[in-house]
Design a protein around this ligand. Structure first.
Ligand code: HEC
Ligand code: HEC
Length: 353
């Protein structure tokens, strides 16, 4: 066939297609599937890593994590369609939001600072005060609560009206979207958010050039100052609740863990935050009251802030030279985690795009 005949053929074939289809058929939604490690309970290369405790009724599969990832990035699941989970857990901001305290759907000002989500699947309890016992329960709470302000029944009806979502829920859960399986998909995705390749990890794995000499000295300072009494292990948290005195001088202090246990000693105690990616996640502390890492280090090195419940057993005032403090900060910066969380293609309502 020569060129002009070929174009005539194309033209008439195109005409034929247009003439025969009254409404162009959108191709079925193709989720973007990311590859997962062979055994998701064993993400990390470090021997000291604890295995991730994944609930038996919610195993991670690549398809479920892909669905959870879409939901995590989809503003349509919030009450006013204004924010997604990702809005407050952003890559460039250490998987937090850069605000002192978060601002939820319907512009509701919340009382606490957005924490990072790195390695969240390893936590035994969730939130600054540990009030949620599973990531599934946490996801449901964040979705219904002030953060996302959603009415789950209304949102699942919306999701089930979107073919691309409906098909994926059918495939992954053998049913349409429900509040429970939305939470399960979100939790499965969050368990894939793992930090294990910071410069510090490279150094620990034997690459002497992965961090600066200052960071190496800083790690020794960190141990000398006994920061690891609480920021323990490769996740730099003991998952326990300690009072270091932040916000206790407020008119009505946030009593933190005490709200969960009603135990006097837990007044003003909060979960030890991980230090991974900490240089990116300013401002700091449960109330976002401290703007810079330098100020945080001064408070912690100074033994926290005086109040009746201060955990003096673990947090001691230490004297560091300015050079040691600089090294300590350099070590904290060696925990920067390259972040590749990106918004996947989202299923659209037919005809709306
Ligand atoms: C408006 C900002 C905002 C949005 C939107 C948001 N979060 Fe959060 N997230 C927070 C804040 C603030 C906290 C801490 C609340 C507390 O401790 O009381 C938090 C805590 C968490 C935690 C617990 C972290 C830990 O260290 O225990 C997880 C997990 C989490 N969010 C996941 C989600 C998911 C999933 C969604 C979407 C359904 C979501 N977040 C939406 C601000 C937000
Ligand atoms: C007694 C346990 C304990 C010790 C020891 C301790 N910390 Fe902390 N650290 C905490 C707790 C708990 C918080 C959160 C307090 C809050 O928000 O109210 C925290 C918060 C931080 C933060 C802010 C993290 C964030 O995401 O907001 C940094 C940085 C930090 N600590 C570094 C250090 C350094 C450096 C040392 C040693 C000089 C140290 N900590 C010693 C328990 C401890």
């Amino acid at each position: 066939m020569n060129a002009s005949r070929f174009f005539i053929f194309l033209f008439s074939a195109g005409f034929f297609v247009i003439a025969c289809t009254t409404e162009p058929e959108a191709p079925p939604f193709e989720p973007e599937i990311l590859s997962l490690p062979a055994d998701p309970s064993d993400y990390a290369p470090l021997p000291t890593y604890v295995a991730m405790d994944i609930p038996e009724d919610n195993p991670i599969t690549a398809e479920k994590a892909a669905l959870g990832r879409q939901l995590f990035f989809d503003q349509r699941i919030s009450g006013d369609a204004s924010r997604s989970c990702y809005s407050c857990h952003v890559c460039e901001l250490g998987l937090a939001d850069g605000k002192p305290t978060a601002v939820g759907a319907f512009d509701k000002v919340l009382t606490r600072n957005s924490p990072t989500l790195w390695n969240i699947g390893y936590h035994p309890e969730f939130y600054w005060d540990g009030r949620a016992k599973s990531l599934e329960a946490q996801a449901l709470a964040a979705w219904k609560g002030g953060n996302m302000g959603a009415n789950p029944d209304e949102i699942v009806a919306k999701l089930n009206s979107i073919e691309g979502y409906r098909d994926q829920f059918q495939k992954v859960f053998n049913e349409g979207a429900t509040p429970e399986n939305v939470s399960k998909a979100l939790a499965a995705y969050m368990r894939t958010i793992v930090s294990h390749d910071t410069p510090w990890d490279g150094w620990q794995a034997g690459d002497e050039s992965a961090v600066s000499d200052a960071a190496k000295r800083g790690y020794e300072v960190f141990k000398k100052a006994e920061c690891n009494n609480c920021h323990d292990g490769v996740l730099f948290t003991d998952f326990q609740y300690h009072n270091v005195g932040i916000g206790m001088d407020a008119e009505e202090p946030d009593l933190g863990r005490y709200k969960v246990t009603q135990d006097e000693k837990d007044k003003g105690a909060f979960k030890t935050p991980t230090l991974r990616d900490v240089a990116q996640s300013a401002p700091y502390f449960h109330d976002g009251s401290t703007a810079t890492l330098e100020e945080v280090v001064d408070i912690m090195v100074g033994g926290g802030k005086e109040n009746p419940q201060l955990d003096r057993a673990n947090l001691k005032k230490v004297t560091l030279s300015p050079a040691e403090k600089e090294d300590l900060l350099e070590f904290l910066r060696s925990l920067d985690q390259p972040c590749a969380l990106t918004e996947p293609p989202l299923p659209s309502v037919r005809g709306s795009e």
